[in-house]
Design a protein. Structure first.
Length: 75
């Protein structure tokens, strides 16, 4: 059996795409996906996209969002 340091060294030598797959696999082993949660988020995303496309909701630029966050936390 490999030791933790050896496993990490081997993983670090993998191409980036394979390292990402290893990381994803390890994270899923700690926090397995929940189909009900995924389904709920898909529903929310579709609803929000429909609201944007219909004009019911307006998009906010990322720079505006981050500016407001900075203003809020710098006080």
């Amino acid at each position: 059996m490999h030791g933790m340091k050896e496993i990490i060294r081997e993983a670090e030598s993998l191409p980036i795409e394979e390292r990402a797959l290893v990381i994803d696999s390890l994270l899923r082993s700690l926090n397995p996906p929940d189909q009900a949660i995924d389904t709920a988020w898909i529903s929310v995303a579709k609803r929000r996209l429909a609201e944007l496309r219909s004009g019911k909701a307006a998009a906010v630029s990322g720079s505006d969002v981050f500016s407001k966050v900075r203003e809020r936390f710098e006080k």
